[in-house]
Design a protein around this ligand. Structure first.
Ligand code: ADP
Ligand code: MG
Length: 513
């Protein structure tokens, strides 16, 4: 197997750099530090420069090696780069091999294969793009029908049409068909189409080989799964996570806690504190998904949030997703300042938010919906939430907007609020409607949970907002809420300003003048 020399490395690097930089090579600068330093700086720079929609650079896309670990921090960067370059080298070598194979074989029906000379094992070359979940392949419609088996009695048919299990032709065809049961990656060719008849001996040898390859593949995948915690993130995100580990901020990313429609949450052990940052011993990493579909229906939360309004219209969708992460960070910080139990922000990098972990020893605190509380704790939780909702509204100037038993964790004998990326200020055009929905969720949960003191949603809404909406049925109540929101919007239209807040006790809202 050819190993790369330093000249190969810089040649490959140069090529990789050209690949990722659509504007060609920048003017050369003198290299005064180590190759690894230059390369990681270059990597970072390239990523910064690269336009969001441009294809992910090949050299980085290859970074599927075991890099999310805190071991060997000093050398892991070099190791990863070396692996990336070796992979690139191997891929190019294989591509060349394929070209030669094609040239030699041409249209000939009998072809020779260079398979054994390939550097990248076919099972290894699974880029995340073309990887197919194995479960899908179980129902592959293109698969040959299951071969019919000879019954136990050893023959089928009647009279002169009887065939025994020893019938060579039938047996051979059956063996060929049975190859379809090998692992999907194991290429068996069109044996059925060619009416290939495999002897038992050949079939057994192939089967043996297929199984050992399958096991090898499983081992490889296992290793990869563990090393990258989860394949739920794209290479760019992995690089971000890698940098967090490599910088020592995180020690290890241990695994995935949750995969939602909009985000993936990982658990990590915190690393070394920096001058200005204490890293919690355990962290949660929320990666906002960069696939956009799920975020489309969330536009309403952010589009009208004046804090983000000016920026929203100018941004591309990827950047909007970063804004969700940013919003969560700002909202958590406000809550933290008000003393509301919630995760503490550690760092925000693009669409990746690192915060303190609510839970212990990698086990996240249970959601309120999953925990069985004593009636005393249930009552305690209710009053705590009422209090937190008021604080959130009055001190943080926020409405959670997705408050329910799914986004409240029970930890250390109290309720912790999470998932605040969609939280808005009360003066958001739909802020009060969101608050009403939150109140409905909370009321219903605690009323069903047997808390006799729990206010109904209308009472809770008034208690939180300090407003005094008197309607005694839900329809009228909501109509009044919408009227208030409209009044606020009209005020914005006429005065270019929002109402600072909605004051309570039946007074009209206070205008910020
Ligand atoms: P989503 O938008 O996917 O609902 P959440 O912020 O609610 O995102 O996180 C999803 C899940 O991840 C939560 O239900 C919780 O179990 C877990 N989780 C999120 N943040 C933390 C944290 N800081 N500590 C512990 N677990 C967390
Ligand atoms: Mg949630």
């Amino acid at each position: 197997m050819p190993c790369f020399t330093m000249a190969d490395l810089s040649g490959l690097w140069e090529r990789g750099r050209k690949l990722c930089c659509p504007w060609g090579a920048p003017s050369t600068t003198s290299i005064s530090c180590s190759l690894a330093d230059v390369m990681s700086e270059q990597l970072a720079k390239e990523l910064q420069l690269e336009e969001e929609n441009a294809a992910f650079p090949e050299v980085v896309a290859a970074a599927e090696g075991p890099f999310i670990t805190g071991e060997n921090i000093d050398t892991s960067s070099d190791l990863m780069l070396a692996q990336m370059l070796q992979m690139e080298f191997d891929r190019e070598y294989d591509a060349q091999l394929r070209r030669e194979e094609k040239k030699i074989n041409g249209d000939s029906k009998v072809s020779i294969s260079f398979e054994n000379y390939r550097k990248v094992h076919p099972y290894d070359s699974d880029s995340s793009e073309d990887e197919v979940d194995w479960q899908d392949t179980r129902h592959d419609p293109y698969r040959a029908d299951k071969p019919t088996t000879t019954p136990r009695r050893g023959f089928i048919g009647k009279g002169k049409d009887i065939t025994t299990k020893h019938d060579e032709v039938v047996c051979g065809r059956k063996n060929t068909a049975r190859m379809e049961n090998f692992a999907p990656e194991f290429q068996v060719g069109d044996g059925i189409g060619m009416d290939l008849k495999l002897s038992n001996q050949v079939f057994n040898a192939l089967k043996q080989h297929a199984y050992s390859e399958e096991r090898r593949s499983a081992r490889l995948h296992e290793k990869k799964e563990h090393s990258t915690a989860e394949k739920a993130v794209d290479p760019k995100t992995r690089l971000l996570l890698y940098k967090m580990v490599n910088s020592g901020m995180l020690e290890t990313i241990t695994g995935c806690i949750s995969t939602g429609k909009e985000s993936v949450v990982f658990h990590a052990y915190g690393g070394n504190a920096t001058e200005d940052k204490v890293i919690p011993p355990e962290c949660a990493i929320k990666v906002f998904k960069t696939t956009l579909n799920e975020f489309k229906n969330r536009d309403k939360y952010i589009k009208d949030d004046y804090r983000f309004k000016d920026r929203f219209s100018k941004l591309n969708p990827r950047k909007i997703i970063r804004m969700w992460a940013e919003k969560e960070m700002h909202n958590l910080t406000r809550m933290q300042n008000a003393g509301i139990p919630c995760p503490q922000v550690v760092i925000l990098k693009k669409h990746v938010l690192v915060m303190s972990f609510i839970g212990q020893d990698q086990v996240p605190a249970p959601k309120l919906k999953d925990v069985t509380l004593s009636s005393e704790d249930m009552k305690k939780a209710y009053y705590q939430i009422l209090n937190m909702m008021q604080q959130l509204y009055r001190e943080c100037n926020l409405v959670h907007a997705d408050l329910s038993e799914y986004n409240m964790l029970w930890h250390d004998g109290k309720v912790w609020l999470i998932d605040v990326s969609q939280s808005v200020e009360p003066t958001h055009p739909h802020g009060l409607e969101f608050l009403f929905r939150d109140c409905r969720n909370v009321s219903q949960f605690f009323q069903k949970g047997g808390v006799a003191e729990a206010l109904n949603e209308r009472e809770l809404f008034n208690a939180v907002s300090g407003l005094n909406i008197t309607a005694d049925n839900e329809v009228d109540f909501q109509a009044e809420i919408e009227a208030l929101e409209k009044m606020n919007e009209d005020h914005v239209q006429n005065h270019g300003k929002k109402l600072s807040t909605f004051s309570g006790d039946g007074d009209p809202p206070i205008y910020d003048e």
